[in-house]
Write a protein that binds this ligand. Structure first.
Ligand code: MN
Length: 463
């Protein structure tokens, strides 16, 4: 499989000319982020000379929807159904011996210093260096099931991280530990394959191990290995693993930090992680995600789309596709196409979509022939198939994303556009213009390769 590890994936990107190797010396302060952003959606960036580190940095390893599909060895139309299938039937990981795990090639238990790794500063007002692409793994002591998520991690000291825990699964396990007066052990895996990375973002009920979703997606057990200082299993092919514990009763300043909506999350007192050990491969590669880049947005968006399509399907079985667009930060805007069979289903789809996630703020529903991945088509549907008086749904006083600065700490409004055509409308009224033969025609069969010269000749004859 091309996505067995970060390294096999990078080799695949290089073979297909989608890896930009940057040998010129670059700074961790903004330069890694700026160069990666320049190539966003085009090529991954691989920096071989970052300040005086002898560790390479990579970013943008999956910055298009197609690339995630390639990592899963499918196409972008099958991507969501494959992802949903894996979420609903996770498969066990395989615990390997230490000797079989490349991440154990180097084990550091004394003199831990996070500054020995090239950790970038991404945006102007960020409080400092941030680890943005670490899979944060914790274990439920009752069920022994692990939970995986990605949290922003501020480097607060040479063996200390500040962490933002949103009120989801990791937070719940930490609060349980804290109430019992205990720390919560954790491990942070940096530099894994893109499939495991995507699996970590699955919307699952509490108690599902996201690494087992990775196994299902990879169609073979993900190889994991037990940590040195904590009772946690991590991907055996990870480049770097930080081991540690979230400390009870301790909160330290964290932030500001440039987040996915392209605004800064504020500075506040947050949980702290004490690092107890580090293991890494020989010549480790440090992987960073530039916040709000396509990679970051799509990593959040694709699993959300998979969850959204299932929710809406319960209400509107004829749903065709969903798209959480980049402009809507892959979280706030949902575009949905349905094959409308009964009047009112457009609005039912809006209500179902808003119920799927508190993050969803604006929903556009269109008929199945509108290409929802083409935003010009979506705008056309809003322009010509929507009347505010009858087709607009507004719900005030709801909870949304706290990172949306137009809300009052998340409190705000939701809106839906029903752009589906009324079922009983007169057939010619919404008939889209069409040129017969257009789809089948290959323009290259008609253009003369030396057309500019011929045009001159033609014009000459006309004079
Ligand atoms: Mn979870």
């Amino acid at each position: 499989m091309r996505a067995k590890s970060l390294r096999t994936w990078l080799e695949y990107l290089q073979k297909t000319d989608r890896l930009a190797v940057i040998d010129k010396e670059v700074s961790l302060q903004f330069e890694v982020a700026a160069l990666t952003k320049k190539l966003d959606g085009i090529k991954a960036t691989y920096f071989t000379k970052v300040e005086d580190y002898d560790i390479s940095v990579v970013s943008g390893i999956c910055s298009t929807r197609e690339q995630f599909a390639e990592a899963l060895e499918t196409d972008q139309y099958e991507l969501l159904s494959q992802f949903s299938a894996a979420v609903s039937s996770p498969a066990e990981c395989r615990l390997v011996k230490k000797e079989e795990a490349p991440v154990k090639e180097n084990i550091i238990l004394d003199d831990i210093d996070l500054n020995s790794f090239p950790i970038p500063v991404h945006h102007e007002k960020d409080s400092g260096k941030y680890i943005t692409a670490g899979l944060f793994i914790v274990r439920d002591p009752l069920t022994r099931k692990q939970n995986v998520s990605i949290h922003r991690l501020q480097v607060s000291g040479k063996d200390r991280l500040g962490v933002l825990l949103l009120p989801r699964h990791t937070y719940h396990l930490f609060k349980q530990a804290e109430e019992a007066g205990r720390p919560l052990e954790c491990a942070i895996a940096i530099g894994v394959d893109p499939v495991t990375l995507l699996a970590s973002q699955a919307s699952t009920p509490f108690g599902v191990d996201e690494l087992e979703i990775a196994s299902a997606l990879l169609k073979e057990p993900l190889e994991v290995v037990r940590c040195e200082t904590v009772d946690i299993d991590v991907p055996a092919y990870a480049e770097i693993v930080l081991e540690g514990k979230i400390l009870p009763e301790i909160r330290e300043p964290e932030g500001p930090f440039g987040e996915f909506p392209k605004y800064y999350g504020p500075r506040d007192d947050k949980e702290a992680v004490q690092i107890t050990g580090i293991t890494h491969r020989n010549h480790p590669i440090f992987y960073t995600i530039v916040p709000a880049g396509y990679e970051h947005l799509l990593l959040g968006g694709i699993p959300r789309e998979a969850s959204l399509i299932q929710t809406v399907r319960q209400t509107v079985p004829s749903i065709k596709a969903v798209h959480m667009s980049l402009g809507g930060t892959c979280r706030y805007h949902a575009i949905i196409s349905i094959k409308k069979r009964n009047e009112g289903e457009g609005k039912n789809a809006i209500i179902a979509a808003l119920a799927n996630s508190f993050d969803i703020k604006h929903v556009v529903v269109v008929d199945e022939e509108v290409d929802i991945f083409n935003m010009e088509e979506v705008e056309w549907a809003i322009a010509t198939r929507f009347q505010a008086e009858t087709d607009l749904v507004v719900i005030n006083g709801t909870q949304g994303s706290k990172l949306d600065p137009s809300t009052d700490n998340g409190f705000g409004s939701k809106m839906g556009f029903d752009c589906t055509v009324p079922i009983k409308s007169e057939p010619m009224r919404y008939k889209r213009i069409h040129i017969p033969g257009y789809e089948e025609l290959n323009i290259h069969d008609f253009i003369n390769k030396n057309s500019s010269g011929l045009l001159d000749q033609h014009m000459e004859n006309k004079r």
